[in-house]
Ligand binder design. Structure first.
Ligand code: HEC
Length: 129
């Protein structure tokens, strides 16, 4: 009787320990996942900002990228970006084909950006209001 009781206690201790371990692991995963995603998003926005500086989008689209009257559209989230989805955005930034299938007019340069660079710009412009 005593042995069975001892084995029983021992097994339940192991079970408790395993459960606690599992819960700790689960909490740790949840805790480390979130900041990673936020960090990746922040990195993308930072890269977008950098591309804007390198390419000088603001010389034509205004210091704050809100566009210039009768010249260039706003690149803010509520500006020209509203017409585009990430895919058509990547296309206009690569080959200069607009959302409606037209061609971007000069002097807007043709940048031939990589998909990743376009994604960074898209993420950055989405933060501009
Ligand atoms: C030399 C000036 C100039 C620079 C530099 C420039 N743009 Fe433009 N951009 C324009 C002009 C002008 C238009 C309007 C042309 C048109 O209506 O087709 C335009 C239009 C656009 C459009 C609208 C396309 C559409 O759907 O009509 C987007 C998007 C855009 N620019 C993004 C950018 C980005 C991003 C950069 C930097 C990487 C940039 N531009 C740099 C002059 C410029």
């Amino acid at each position: 009787m005593k042995t069975i009781y001892a084995v029983g206690t021992c097994l339940s201790m192991i079970a408790t320990c395993l459960l606690a371990n599992h819960q700790m692991a689960a909490t740790k995963t949840a805790a480390t996942m979130k900041p990673l995603d936020a960090k990746a998003a922040a990195n993308l926005v930072a890269q977008g900002k950098q591309i804007v500086q390198q390419k000088g989008c603001n010389t034509c689209h205004g210091a704050n990228l809100a566009g210039k009257a009768k010249f260039s559209p706003s690149l803010h989230s509520n500006g020209v970006l509203k017409q585009y989805n990430p895919k058509t955005w990547a296309r206009v930034m690569d080959v200069g084909i607009t959302e409606d299938g037209g061609k971007v007019k000069k002097p807007m340069p043709l940048y031939h950006l990589k998909a990743q660079e376009s994604a960074a710009l898209y993420a950055y412009f989405k933060t501009l209001k």
